[in-house]
Every structure is written in C-alpha cells, then in structure tokens.
Write a protein that binds this ligand. Structure first.
Ligand SMILES: [Zn+2]
Length: 342
C-alpha cells in the first residue's frame, strides 16, 4: 500500500473511532451512522468489534473522518532528504567489508551503492575530480554520457555547506558534517577525527592517496598509516595512479584531479578551457578504470567518480566560484560501478 495515495495509511480503526467519539460523542455518532453499538450502552471495545464485522458502517465512519481532516488530508511524511556526500566514507568502508574504525556518528552508507555490490568488493578505485557539479554534468551531457554507457550508476546527492574543497573532502572521507570534523572554511589542517584512511588500515587493508601536491586531498588526511603520493600536476597524478594500479599493492586508491577547478576560478565554469578540463577528467577516469578492471578482472571491485561540490559564475567578477548554499554549488552526481563485470 502506498502511503502517498492512501490517506488512512498508518491510522488504525481504533484511532479513528476514538478521535470521532471524542469530537462528536456517542450520540453524535449514532445520529450519523444508525447502528446499535453507538446508541445502546456504547463502548470503544464493543463498537470496534461491530465495525470490524460491518464493512459498510466502517466505510461510513472512515469517510466521515477523512472529510473532517484539515485541508490537504492526513499529515504527509516529509520527502526523504537527498543523500549527502557524508555517506561516502561508510559506503566505501562497507563495500570493502570494514565495519569499524569510523566515528560512531559517521553517516550511514548509501544503500543505492551497496545494492550495486551485494557481496561487497575486494578492490576500490575512488576518483575525486574537483568542482564538477550536477548542473555542469547535466548541461554537458555528451561529456559524461560515456559513464552511463559503460554501466556507471548516476546517483544524485548533495554536498555539505560550505561547498569548499577541504570541507567537502573532510566530510566525504570521515562521514562527518563540517561541525563534526572541524573544517568549516577553506583551510587545510590535518584532520584529528577518524577517517576512511584510519578505518581501512585498522582492518588490515592498504590504502593510498594520489593527489596534486599541497591540495586538500594531499594535506588533510596526513598522519595515517596509508601511502601518500604528492605529484606536481594532474598528468603526474594519473601516471602515478596507473603505475600503482599495475603494481597492485593497494586495496583502495583515492585519486584527486584539480584542473577543472583551477580553470573555473581563472575564468568561467563554462569557458571552453573549463569544458576541456572536464573532458580531461572523464578521460583520465576512464583510463584509470580500464587499468583497474584489467588488473583486478578476477576480483569483485568498484570504481567511482566522486566530485566534491559544484560551481557557479560570480556575477560581480564574471569568474567561477563556489561556496554558496545554492543548487549549482550543492547538487551533485556521483557515478558508481561495482561487480565483476568489466
Ligand atoms: Zn575551487
């Protein structure tokens, strides 16, 4: 039964009878619905027994109850909030079979992703390109269609506020809100809270972070027993990640690219250069996934394209920016693919 369509969903006959008896009294009920149980020695118990056995009387009472509800029918359950990037940490951990090591208050895993790999995975490739929002992906459909075409699930979700890179990555890989992990603005301290990069090593898994030198990804997760690779630029990050995939020592690799973000701040998110940069990210990601699929063809595995936030044009400067509580900055797509299929 669908609650949205059945206004009596979740309301028992007893609740209806009690509410109507309080409002109208037994005499009132008996005048409207002429049955003995309302008129002679009435009680909730005996009336309930009668109504359960007498469908026409029950229908009449329910219809009356519904007519008297406030306009708009029964109170509707609020729509479920869109999942948030804080679900990524536990999603990644649970895919790898890791149940402990994150903060107890870390957000639950995203069931949409877990459903893609019911038996979990052994290897994980997480690609995090900077500042590619849902708005951009929707409008640049041809750049991203290859992900849908190669079996990736496109999952809508929202970023955290303020949508700034260190705030977002801290949330994605700790499972905590900015209040929980402590990075609330553009700053890159080493995080003190538990993160995915604590949980995986604690479970005996080897993880690596490959990022552009001095980026948020490079700095805020330092001090963990994971492998750090700081590279001068995106191309060097890709080369390093390809070498690491071929080497096959890691159970989980996180790879960060920043070209699109660099270009949008220097110009506009919609400039030709920016669109080319987004194309580079998709191309690099596919290259990494192909290498990953080849290396781990025999094992259950998952790969994901996980942007941190979106971006918009600042009307004052005409340049790209982000950090506002607006859909252009907050609404995202994450792309996940799991399973043995290549
Ligand atoms: Zn930026």
């Amino acid at each position: 039964m669908e609650s949205a369509k059945d206004p009596l969903h979740g309301v028992t006959l007893e609740q209806i009878l009690v509410a109507m008896q309080k409002r109208h009294g037994w005499a009132g009920l008996g005048r409207r619905i002429e049955v003995r149980c309302f008129l002679y020695d009435p009680s909730i118990k005996s009336a309930l027994t009668f109504l359960r056995k007498t469908p026409w009387a029950r229908s009449k009472l329910e219809a009356w109850y519904l007519r008297e509800l406030p306009r708009g029918g029964a109170p509707k359950a609020p729509p479920a909030p869109e999942p948030c990037i804080i679900s990524v940490a536990r999603t990644a951990a649970e895919l790898l079979g890791v149940k402990a090591g994150l903060a107890p208050e870390a957000a639950p895993a995203d069931g949409r992703v877990l459903a893609l790999a019911p038996g979990g995975v052994k290897k994980l490739l997480l690609y995090a390109p900077d500042a590619i929002g849902r708005n951009f992906i929707s409008k640049q459909a041809s750049t991203f269609a290859c992900l849908d075409d190669t079996g990736f699930s496109r999952l809508p979700l929202r970023s955290v506020y303020p949508p700034k890179t260190p705030v977002c990555f801290a949330s994605m890989f700790s499972g905590l809100t900015p209040h929980g992990h402590g990075i609330k603005q553009y700053e890159k301290p080493q995080l003190a809270c538990p993160t995915l990069f604590d949980a995986l090593p604690a479970a005996g898994l080897r993880a690596g972070i490959v990022a552009v030198k001095d980026s948020s990804m490079d700095l805020i997760f330092r001090g963990r027993p994971v492998d750090y690779y700081s590279e001068p630029d995106d191309a060097a990050v890709t080369a390093r990640a390809l070498a690491l995939i071929a080497e096959g020592l890691h159970d989980a690799l996180v790879v960060y690219h920043q070209e699109y973000d660099d270009v949008l701040h220097a110009g506009s998110p919609w400039a030709e250069k920016a669109m080319a940069a987004a194309g580079h990210h998709v191309k690099s990601f596919r290259e990494l996934v192909n290498a990953f699929d080849t290396r781990w063809a025999a094992l259950p595995r998952a790969a994901a394209f996980l942007p941190d936030h979106g971006a918009h044009v600042d009307p004052a400067t005409g340049r790209g920016t982000h950090g506002d509580d607006i859909p252009a900055d907050m609404s995202l797509f994450h792309f996940w693919r799991a399973g043995r299929a290549g």
